[in-house]
Design a protein. Structure first.
Lengths: 538, 387
């Protein structure tokens, strides 16, 4: 298969985005978990909680720096590889990215240095404030990025301007409160919290299995499983669903997730298993559960969910309408101020379908000259490849339920089991450490691969969004990224493992002294006043 | 929204042109000393402890400093989308080089002292050197290319087409004038890094930094003067034959531009802008004097003034041009035809007015908390919590 600039640009973006997203979820969640731990420290002044904050903070730092570094790539890449996209939607898409820098990233990055270097320079309360600011910063950051991304899925609050050949913002309010963006934000941040919870839980359970750092591990498990239970319920229950039906490509994405080629009478069934076949346009060996999909997707028993073939038919109509818009656009552009009123009025009606005419640019230079066959072909292009979307979605959801199960189990053992964890449960927690990353990456694939063939749904096709580069350009940078990122990944994992094996290594004497005194106090004759009566060590 | 009519489009464009300058200067002032320090690392520090002292002077602040750069990129994207689209894709491989260097640097700071082992640390020291020296030079080279114009044109659909093959485009950026600009930016930031090290370190490290810094300052002043002369005699400027309406649509193709005369004609039309180069020269002279005399705080101030003058002189000289085109002057991007829409500029200005002062306040607070010199004793005693 010959890869062209579009394929290579997509490949490069996917690789760098998936790589960036290996570090982001842990940053999102761990920053909050650390802030919670430090809050407990400041409230109780027990040194063990400060030691926990510093220990998880060290791991946070190793992870954080790669999130920051690989994030620069993301911001550069729109301009480097997607220059027509940048021109065409920068007026809308650029704003949330820039505000992210102003409001969130600056906060996070300025205070993260103080988090590590400020222990001796700040009072505990001020240091706690710094830690929370880092957590808020990283979470706000996710909000703005997802407002930008949500606009790609559901481009509201913007209009095409024929004079500047681009989308321009008409309502910042609509861009901000885009329902898809809001749903995505909750879903993504929750996924980050789950990721960090599973990480903290797994590492702590490994310590218990090895019989090391028991005090730190037990307290960390308590924090991780309570936070993780809430987060995993949120990630699955609130999920991504509220935004599904907002726009055409979201409907198409839904149909692809379900491998639903035909429109089913409501309420649609959920396909538990199947092998979607793009060429035959059907799903082999499908196992259906009646009603479930209709209920999840529409929350009603009577609303139909359109199938892929019906949506392709709709796309075909919109391509025809888009061709009219394209013709009007050419007239308006040529005549400028003297453009006839009919053209302007007609463009007002058909303008929203202009993007559909651009789908034809793959086949003809001038969409007006497209044959009926090419139009049908372009309409079928609006259906993404079903197989990967169908399966990544199922993997993601299955893992989501796994997280709820594991977190609930540990929450139960922690609350009612007197802190005795069976060894199989500890082992399970260790084994599942990588799974939240798999779920997160699958989620990215569902959302972004499922958006194809558009970069901005219904507005700009991916094939048109790229820069005017050569295959050589792309091969050089792609090879560079792969080599560079692989080396960094190996180093990161090695350092993580080194510091996990090393365990807590700061404030050791003070903490151990406190643990000794506390044990003595608990075992002391008659006294046994319960753990909360223990005096803070400082 | 009616609100945005309170500030007219042309004014907003000029404000955003100035804000772009503010962000780039903010980047050069803060991240500039990080880069200078990184590039000086192999020269001013001889032992591992000395190197850790140098690294820890920027250890707590580089993350925040780097955001100026990221914000600069974001602001170009949001306020000047055509500039973002044309320059980032046009300077493709150069951008990739900067990117690689900027990824290497944070990782170097964070990971270097996380393991013992001479080879490990030596390799990260090299990475820090590259991460400082490469961007510091490339930014100057980029300015050199912007002053000469880039070989791009816009199609009627406003798609940017940049002439040349992959490597051809890259090496074409490295012409003598642009390289000279690279030398100026590099030596300017070396001087700035040296002023920072003079402020934050003591003893042998500070003494070496001051020696290299004053040398770099002299190179910067000479290079800057030479570049000015070169602009006068060797490089054509651009001007409008027919200026576009300052509040017209952002479509560069609607203007009529020729390449003739010199950029420096701006100093006849707007004589007050001579303040900028003057600040550049005076700043360098005073910074070099300060470095020689061992004054630390005022030297840092003079060095900042030098950077402010030099960076803003480029923008003021070219105004209203932002990125001219050599092959199709009509495609040139200017303040009047390469911005975002009226509403977007207004919304972004709102966000900036709220958040930029906040950023300045908390950044200043962080620097105050970290005030004071980093010593060898700090590094050896508090080993674990430092880099």
């Amino acid at each position: 298969m010959e890869l062209d600039v579009v394929d290579l640009s997509r490949l490069q973006f996917a690789l760098t985005a998936l790589y960036h997203f290996l570090f982001v979820p842990l940053t999102l969640g761990l920053s909050v978990l650390i802030a919670i731990m430090e809050t407990v420290y400041v409230m109780t002044r027990r040194p063990i909680w400060r030691q926990m904050t510093k220990f998880w903070g060290t791991l946070f730092g190793i992870n954080f720096v790669l999130g920051v570094a690989t994030g620069i790539t993301m911001e550069f890449q729109f301009g480097m590889n997607w220059s027509y996209y940048s021109h065409y939607v920068g007026d809308v898409f650029g704003a949330p990215l820039a505000i992210e820098g102003l409001m969130a990233f600056f906060l996070e990055a300025t205070f993260v240095g103080l988090f590590f270097f400020g222990w001796d320079k700040l009072t505990p309360r001020v240091h706690l404030l710094v830690t929370w600011l880092v957590a808020f910063g990283s979470n706000f950051s996710a909000l703005w990025i997802l407002i930008a991304n949500g606009w790609m899925q559901n481009p509201v609050g913007a209009e095409f301007n024929p004079m500047t050949m681009r989308m321009e913002m008409t309502s910042f309010y609509e861009v901000l409160f885009n329902e898809v963006a809001q749903a995505k934000f909750v879903h993504t941040v929750s996924a980050g919290y789950v990721c960090a919870s599973v990480f903290v839980l797994g590492v702590s359970c490994w310590y218990l299995l090895k019989g090391r750092h028991e005090q730190l591990a037990r307290r960390s498990i308590t924090v991780a499983c309570s936070f993780g239970l809430a987060a995993s319920l949120s990630v699955v229950v609130l999920g991504d669903e509220s935004g599904y039906n907002a726009s055409h490509s979201q409907k198409m994405k839904m149909a692809a997730i379900e491998a639903m080629w035909e429109t089913e009478p409501a309420p649609a069934s959920f396909t538990l298993f199947g092998l979607p076949d793009q060429a035959d346009r059907e799903t082999h060996y499908a196992v259906h559960i009646p009603y479930v999909m209709g209920l999840i997707g529409t929350r009603s028993l009577t609303t139909e969910i359109p199938g892929i073939k019906q949506l392709v038919g709709e796309a075909q109509t919109r391509i025809h309408s888009g061709i009219v818009a394209y013709d009007n656009l050419m007239t308006i552009r040529e005549m400028r101020d003297e453009a006839p009123a009919e053209a302007l009025i007609s463009f007002k009606d058909h303008g929203p379908d202009l993007g559909f005419a651009f789908l034809l640019k793959r086949y003809v230079d001038d969409p007006r000259e497209a044959s009926e066959e090419q139009i049908l072909q372009a309409a079928w292009d609006t259906a993404p490849t079903v197989f990967p979307i169908f399966w990544t979605f199922r993997i993601m959801v299955a893992l989501g339920f796994l997280f709820i199960g594991v977190m609930a189990l540990f929450f139960f053992l922690n609350s009612f089991g007197k802190g005795r964890y069976p060894r199989w449960a500890l082992r399970l927690a260790v084994v599942i450490i990588p799974t939240p990353w798999i779920a997160a990456e699958c989620g990215w694939i569902v959302a972004e691969y499922g958006r194809q063939p558009w970069t901005v749904d219904g507005v700009l096709p991916t094939a048109l969004s790229v820069s005017h580069l050569s295959v050589t350009d792309l091969l050089i940078t792609l090879a560079g990224f792969v080599a560079f990122y692989t080396v960094l990944f190996v180093i990161e994992i090695a350092l993580m493992l080194k510091y996990i094996r090393l365990g807590p290594h700061q404030d050791v004497e003070e903490t151990e002294e406190w643990i000794r005194r506390r044990k003595a106090l608990l075992q002391g004759p008659g006294a046994a006043p319960g753990p909360d009566a223990v005096q803070p060590a400082e | 929204m009616i609100l945005h009519d309170f500030i007219d489009f042309a004014t907003l464009r000029v404000i955003w042109w100035a804000l772009l300058g503010v962000l780039l200067i903010g980047f050069a002032l803060t991240d500039g000393f990080d880069m200078g320090t990184g590039a000086l690392l192999p020269f001013v520090a001889r032992t591992d402890v000395e190197r850790r002292v140098v690294i820890n002077t920027v250890g707590p602040v580089w993350e925040g400093n780097q955001v100026w750069f990221i914000l600069g990129g974001g602001a170009i994207f949001a306020a000047w989308p055509p500039l973002y689209a044309v320059s980032f894709s046009g300077f493709y491989l150069a951008m990739f080089a900067v990117l690689a260097a900027l990824i290497l640097r944070p990782v170097g700071f964070k990971y270097r002292s996380k393991r013992e082992g001479e080879r490990w640390r030596r390799n990260w020291d090299r990475a820090l050197f590259v991460g400082g020296a490469v961007p510091a030079t490339v930014f100057g080279v980029a300015v050199g290319n912007v002053l000469q114009g880039a070989p791009f044109h816009l199609t009627p659909d406003l798609m940017s087409i940049y002439d040349g093959s992959a490597l051809g485009k890259f090496f074409a950026l490295l012409d003598p004038f642009s390289l000279l600009c690279g030398v100026v930016s590099m030596s300017m930031l070396l001087m700035h890094g040296a002023a920072w090290l003079g402020l934050k370190t003591e003893g042998a490290i500070a003494a070496r930094a001051r020696r290299y810094g004053s040398l770099a300052g002299l190179v910067a002043a000479g290079g800057y003067a030479l570049a000015g002369l070169w602009l006068l005699v060797g490089i054509d400027g651009y001007r409008f034959v027919e200026a576009p309406s300052p509040d017209g649509p952002s479509n560069p193709l609607l203007s009529d531009v020729v390449r003739e005369g010199t950029w420096l004609v701006a100093y006849l039309e707007r004589p007050w802008i001579a303040v900028a180069p003057l600040m550049g020269f005076v700043g360098i002279a005073m910074a070099v004097r300060g470095l020689r005399a061992g004054r630390d705080l005022s030297t840092m101030g003079w060095s900042k003034m030098a950077i402010l003058g030099i960076v803003s002189s480029v923008g003021l000289t070219m105004f209203p041009f932002i990125l001219p085109s050599t092959v199709d002057p009509n495609s040139s991007l200017t303040v009047w035809d390469a911005s975002s829409s009226h509403l977007t500029l207004f919304v972004m200005l709102g966000a900036t007015v709220i958040f930029l002062p906040l950023i300045l306040v908390y950044t200043a607070w962080v620097y105050r908390v970290l005030w004071g010199k980093v010593t060898e004793a700090d590094v050896t005693e508090k080993g674990e919590s430092l880099y």
